[in-house]
Design a protein around this ligand. Structure first.
Ligand code: SF4
Length: 161
């Protein structure tokens, strides 16, 4: 078969396939299909308003001020919470990590986060980040507790229930 004819036939075949798929999946919204494909990867959809707010989540300059006074909470978490800065800089940057980040955020209250907002030199919106992380984690199964024992922790220290 001449290559040109083969290319035209392949294009026609894929056009028919695309039209058929659209006809038979017409009842499903784009969001429903997106969730079907990506929820398992921890990637729920974001709304236009959430997308607009996301640049504000990246203002951290890693000064470390927000970690002052967090020692007791870090110790009580058994390694699940490593301070607010780690959550802002790393835990809340990648959505597939949000279930673990939501669990870490459970060790710090919104009142504490409000205090951190007052001292942060770049006005990082801690409570908005925590709310976003929690909502997205909830959409794909909720906070992900750590296993009862984490090998990187010192002997005798277990992760919290
Ligand atoms: S105080 Fe603000 S800028 Fe400093 S580490 Fe914390 S979040 Fe980042």
């Amino acid at each position: 078969m001449p290559p040109r004819l083969k290319a035209i036939l392949l294009l026609a075949l894929y056009l028919l396939k695309t039209i058929g798929r659209r006809l038979f999946t017409r009842h499903k919204s784009g969001i429903a299909l997106f969730r079907k494909h990506y929820d398992a990867d921890g990637l729920p959809p974001v709304t236009p308003a959430e997308r607009a707010a996301m640049p504000d989540f990246s203002r951290c300059i890693a000064c470390g001020l927000c970690d002052r006074g967090e020692g007791a909470r870090i110790a009580a978490s058994g390694g699940a919470y490593r301070g607010v800065m780690a959550l802002v800089l790393a835990g809340s940057r990648s959505m597939p990590d949000y279930r673990a980040a939501a669990y870490s955020f459970s060790f710090v209250t919104d009142d504490v986060l409000a205090e951190k907002e007052r001292i942060c030199p770049t006005q990082v919106p801690f409570r908005a980040i925590a709310r976003f992380v929690r909502e997205k984690a909830t959409a794909v199964g909720g906070p992900l507790p750590l296993p009862p024992r984490i090998e990187s922790l010192p002997p005798g220290v277990t992760s919290p229930k």
